[in-house]
Ligand binder design. Structure first.
Ligand SMILES: Nc1ncnc2c1ncn2[C@@H]1O[C@H](COP(=O)(O)OP(=O)(O)OP(=O)(O)O)[C@@H](O)[C@H]1O
Ligand SMILES: [Mg+2]
Length: 459
């Protein structure tokens, strides 16, 4: 079909529209008519309520549509928090990190479970460092991260005005040229990188490597460890801040044992009840609605210190209320929101896993599975008895969870096991199962306490 063929039917359509509309040109991309004219069989066709530019459609917007729009910024479970005003708590963690960077000139490693708030923390820390005139370079690692490419990306963010052979008044400095432009085409070695970074003066550079656990190459991790060691040994004005889930960060430190003196490693703690409350309150301020006390307690109990879950459940619970034209959120809304989240996460796992979980739940093993899921979340993969112990307070629960892990691994149901030099470790066969199990356990607990529900509906 030529472009002429495509245009002609369109013109005919336009002419027909004109005839129908009494001679008024009615273009086929015109905005849809008002709500009453959109009804088909009594129900209006679902539509977006705000434009891609975040403007509300004035034809459909009411008070609740506006609250709904504001809610998108009040709770953002799918994105890290980048706005300092929406960042809750973490004062101790931030203070400790800033001290280690500023007073001790250490490289810093921050590790913790998925959704515990590492990236959000890195964002506010990056802003604080930029306020103190650090040059901040943020790199998100990927499965294929290699040293050469990563170093070039870092160098591309370091202007030559901070290079001792150039400075701010040279042509290169004024033009905004960067360190990357001085690099040779052949692969960059750690030694070359250290020499290049040693030429920085007039600023301090903070290189943030987020999602370090995703980097699959051992070579990459060894090179980074060597780089950190050499930078410290030579007092270069560049510090690294590395974040990720635990397993590979231990490897990072273990790779070059003498590096431990140059690193401040911190495990990101779970949030306190007061911090979770402040996530909820910050969102209330933005969306102009209110969670009652019982709702706040229900969220605190459900999210077990995880800002991700707090944000997700708060957002969902608020939507449940707004859908019913209410601006007050109750514990019942939180219960409904948790159930919705459970169903959503259920759809992300295979049918096979769903059936196996349902079977375990029927056998009364939900609590044990919840504990194993918590342990898996804490490492992002393989977990040991140590992690099971850390997530469970009572010895009977630990023994039960451990027995469940052994039994399931023996059957290769949901879990597999391996033995290495550190002992026995377990892993969920499907990575999205732990978060689902965990929500399921949280919901089970909630329903047992407050809303009895048939067991069969749990999975
Ligand atoms: N201090 C905070 N204040 C408010 N909300 C937060 C805070 N920290 C995290 N969150 C919320 O929790 C969610 C998860 O946070 P974030 O993405 O920072 O976690 P993460 O540890 O980087 O997760 P992952 O390991 O999956 O990368 C975010 O979407 C954000 O909404
Ligand atoms: Mg992250």
């Amino acid at each position: 079909m030529s472009w002429i063929d495509r245009i002609i039917p369109w013109r005919l359509r336009q002419a027909a529209d004109m005839a129908e509309g009494g001679g008024q040109p009615q273009y086929i991309w015109r905005p849809a008519p008002a709500a009453s004219a959109r009804r088909e069989g009594g129900t209006s066709f679902p539509r977006f309520q705000s434009t891609a530019g975040d403007h509300l459609d004035p034809r459909t917007a009411d008070r609740f549509a506006m609250v709904r729009a504001k809610l998108r910024n009040a709770y953002t479970p799918a994105q890290p928090v980048t706005d300092r005003r929406m960042f809750a708590g973490r004062t101790k963690v931030l203070t400790a990190l800033i001290r280690s960077i500023e007073d001790q000139r250490l490289h810093t490693v921050i590790y913790g479970e998925r959704g515990i708030g590492k990236t959000s923390l890195l964002h506010v820390l990056a802003q604080a460092a930029a306020d103190a005139r650090y040059l901040v370079v943020y790199v998100t690692c990927g499965a294929r991260s290699e040293f050469d490419e990563t170093f070039r990306a870092i160098a591309a963010n370091i202007p030559l005005m901070y290079h001792n052979a150039y400075g701010p008044t040279t042509l290169e400095g004024e033009r905004g040229d960067t360190l990357a432009q001085l690099l040779p085409p052949e692969p960059i070695t750690v030694r070359y990188a250290v020499d290049a970074l040693a030429k920085i003066e007039g600023t301090r550079v903070l290189v943030i490597l987020d999602e370090y656990d995703r980097a699959g190459s051992e070579d990459f991790r060894r090179s980074i460890a060597e780089l950190l060691k050499s930078l410290s040994d030579q007092s270069v004005r560049v510090q690294f801040l590395i974040a990720g889930v635990a397993a590979n960060l231990t490897e990072l430190v273990a790779n070059v044992p003498s590096i431990q003196r140059n690193i401040y490693a911190m495990q990101m703690p779970k949030m306190t009840a007061a911090e979770i409350r402040s996530i909820i309150k910050n969102g209330e301020g933005v969306a102009e609605l209110e969670f009652d006390d019982a709702a706040i307690h229900a969220i605190i109990a459900r999210c077990i210190g995880f800002p991700y879950l707090a944000s997700l459940i708060s957002h969902r619970a608020a939507l449940v209320a707004v859908d019913q034209n209410r601006l007050n959120i109750t514990a019942d809304d939180v219960a409904t929101a948790t159930s919705e989240a459970v169903n959503e996460f259920k759809d992300r796992i295979t049918r096979r896993s769903q059936m196996q979980i349902a079977e375990q739940v029927r056998k009364g093993r939900l609590a044990a599975l919840g504990a194993l899921a918590g342990a898996a979340q804490s490492t992002g993969g393989w977990f040991s008895l140590e992690e099971i112990t850390a997530v469970h307070a009572d010895p009977a629960g630990i023994a039960e969870a451990r027995a469940a892990a052994e039994r399931l691994a023996a059957e290769r149901t949901l879990i597999e096991a391996r033995d290495d030099e550190f002992g026995r470790a377990y892993r969920f066969l499907e990575p999205s199962v732990p978060i689902y199990l965990w929500l399921l356990a949280a919901r089970g607990q909630f329903f047992q306490q407050e809303h009895p529900e048939p067991q069969s509906e749990l999975a």
